[in-house]
Design a protein around this ligand. Sequence first.
Ligand code: MUC
Ligand code: MG
Length: 366
Amino acid sequence: MKIERIEAIPYAIPYTHPLKFASGEVEAAEHVLIRIHTDDGLVGTADAPPRPYTYGETQDSIVSIVEKVFGPQLVGLEVLDRGKVRAVLDRTIHNQVAKGAVDIALWDLIGKSLGTPVHQLLGGYTDRLRVSHMLGFRPARDLLDEALRFGEDYGITTFKLKVGRRPLDLDIEACHVLREGLGDGVELYLDANRGWTANEALEVLRRTEGLGITRLEEPCDAKEAMSRQRLVARSPIPIVGDESVPTAGDVSRELLSGGCNSICIKTARSGFSEAQEILGLCTGLGVDVTMGNQIDTQLGSLATVAFGAAHEATARRAGELSNFLDMSDDLLADPLRILDGTIAVRDAPGVGTDVDEEKLARYRLN
Ligand code: MUC
Ligand code: MG
């Protein structure tokens, strides 16, 4: 079964309300649908969410690198020759989101060709993942209302609060209001998307002590190596690397240099293959992991569920899976549902990401 053709289709679906965070804001899912066609008529699908403020890729750059650089080198390769495919992708540096989507679309094809769900091919540990909901910048009272509603409507009991604002009081107040309003049974953790300095992060940790916050993600730029190491050494809670660790090499560098001591895995920027390498590194070193969200569509979230449910270490914590609820629509033919605070894997061969062709025709930009 050979790769015959690769499509990179840009599309845009508006959000019902924007998601704001320290490094950016999202008002529409301006993503790229990747479809890999084989010579025996199978199609592998994945979603590529460009994040220019995080990795430098844009919708145009993803279309271009897939159509002009990866496509010509991959056409004619056997789908199962994953090592050859990786070698081709690795020959181009960066472009993690484009590579991640090509990798996931290939796994989808492998699953379809073997008649097996990809979560089983990857590990088959469990059949669902608990959901963590990400709360964007909003006034503290509105954040609490949103968290209470998500608890009530979907059974979600884990929340990641976007922080990294100045003055720090905005975020500190939000932490206090959320803990008071949600009670002790709910897990709360923070993600500053590099919005603070390391010293500001330490001040926030001091002023939120006793609130039971479990982790702090990407508090400052990891390039500020010395202050970041100082923060990691002094923090009573794990400091999570996210945008600083898209590849296994980045994970090694940050863990070895003491820039973080916990890792966020995102299939959108690491695909399944590199995410497995990252996971192996982390479990080998005794470092805990979380399945993160790149503000994914239902298509992207389902890929995260397939990977997260496949391994014990990734299924331990709630995965960030619910941002698609802020979108006005989605391309996934069979909509994703959150039941009792969890999302289940699909038992269909592949990842289960079949696309609604009418919707694709409506939202595609080319
Ligand atoms: C996160 O965890 O940082 C925001 C931008 C992005 O790429 O991912 C999100 C969430
Ligand atoms: Mg993050």
